[in-house]
Ligand binder design. Structure first.
Ligand SMILES: *Cc1c(COP(=O)(O)O)cnc(C)c1O
Length: 399
């Protein structure tokens, strides 16, 4: 078969299985009210949990950053691209989320995907064993592959099963436990305290991807680890700056020795151009907002929305479509609220029906979620109005 024909056949197969993805094009900034594909909708689709992505203070900070530092960084961090703006951001992040470490330091990245590749490849090489939650984010799975370590997948959020695996592996090779803190498609939270106890007992690293918890979890938004008051030199914390922080990029916070090791050894850090310093400048301003009164007010508002929607979803009977065997999902207390549908086409049909009534609630299908668990992934933002949630619930009830 001609290589191009093979791709055509592959695409036709995806269409036939209800797995074709398509992008919707927004003409407006990220906000609950947006215009996509020429249609005005209320969106439950973004990870802009605090509604900062279009905040005037951050728009101004980005413009000011560009005036002060220009647009491009011009190089990798080790070859001229590391700017005062990156250094300030790293200091602010170590101060904000580094409470778990004795001597915390932060390292900034252009994306969370890169940060995850960097952490896992630098901490776990060949000969190491990586213990990975079954529902971890794709970027952690790819990092594990790239690390060429042995990978053992433990059942979702099951610290007991993980404990048995660790007890089983007596060798003194490097061990790394890796987990999402807030799971990106279910919204449930990993048993971080139990995982840390295991890490301490077995002298393993605990790598926590808090992409959906940073800025949101904990009274001051410092994230899922800080919210639990955990402390350990074995914790390696990753957060992203393109979700609650509303900007772009990511960071790792850990003991200063760990960060120094990443700078020396993490290829996904070393061999890529540093993010625009203006972005780091804007992200630093975002940290100020998240830590201050404005962040607290936005988290309180978000919590009200979460409670309203979670309460409705708990009462709603599951629509499991043709696949009645689809398991239920754990309850979520976070801004990610899944509505389980089951079959791919049924999830798409429900999303289309909602769109026709002015609500954008994206359907998520395999391989992003396990087969038979297609769902609407509803995500809430402090920028939603209480009335948005109420009207959405009314429309959902009728569909
Ligand atoms: C979004 C996300 C990432 C990737 O972060 P980007 O900055 O978007 O590359 C990593 N892990 C999880 C759990 C995520 O949700």
């Amino acid at each position: 078969m001609h290589p191009l024909e093979a791709l055509d056949a592959g695409l036709a197969d995806l269409r036939a299985r209800g797995l074709q993805r398509r992008r919707r094009t927004a003409d407006t900034p990220c906000a609950p009210r947006i215009r996509i594909d020429g249609r005005d909708v209320v969106a439950f689709a973004s990870n802009d949990y605090l509604g900062l992505a279009n905040h005037p203070a951050l728009v101004e900070a980005l413009a000011e950053g560009a005036r002060r530092y220009g647009v491009g960084s011009g190089g990798s961090h080790l070859l001229g691209g590391h700017s005062r703006a990156h250094a300030r951001l790293e200091d602010a992040l170590a101060d904000y989320c580094g409470g778990f470490a004795g001597n915390p330091r932060a390292l900034s990245f252009s994306t969370g995907y890169m940060a995850n590749l960097a952490m896992l490849t630098a901490l776990a090489g060949p000969g190491a064993t990586l213990y990975s939650d079954a529902l971890n984010h794709a970027s952690l799975i790819d990092g594990a592959r790239l690390a060429r370590a042995a990978v053992r997948v433990y059942p979702h959020a099951d610290a007991e099963a993980l404990g048995a695996m660790l007890a089983d592996d007596e060798g003194d090779g490097v061990k790394v436990i890796v987990t999402d803190a807030v799971f990106s498609m279910d919204g449930d939270i990993a048993p971080l305290a139990d995982l840390l106890a295991l890490a301490e007992r077995h002298r393993a690293w605990l790598v926590v991807d808090d992409a959906h918890g940073f800025g949101v979890q904990g009274g001051d938004g410092a994230g899922s680890v800080a919210a639990l008051g955990l402390r350990s030199p074995l914790l390696v914390y990753m957060g992203t700056l393109g979700k609650a922080a509303g900007v772009a990029g990511a960071f790792v916070v850990a003991e200063e020795t760990v960060i120094e090791w990443l700078i020396q050894r993490a290829r996904a850090y070393i061999f890529t151009t540093a993010a625009a310093p203006a972005l780091a400048h804007a992200a630093t301003r975002s940290v100020d907002l998240m830590r201050g009164d404005e962040g607290a007010a936005r988290r309180a508002r978000l919590l009200g929305h979460i409670e309203a929607l979670a309460e409705y979803l708990a009462r709603r009977p599951y629509r499991t479509g043709a696949d009645a065997k689809a398991p239920g999902l754990p309850r979520s207390s976070t801004a990610i609220q899944p509505l389980l549908v089951g079959e791919n086409q049924a999830a798409l049909d429900l999303a289309d029906a909602l769109l026709a009534q002015g609500f954008w609630a994206p359907a998520v299908r395999p391989p992003t979620v396990p087969p038979g668990t297609a769902r609407l992934r509803l995500s809430l933002s402090a920028a939603h109005e209480p009335g948005d949630i109420q009207r959405f619930i009314e429309v959902l009830s009728a569909s």
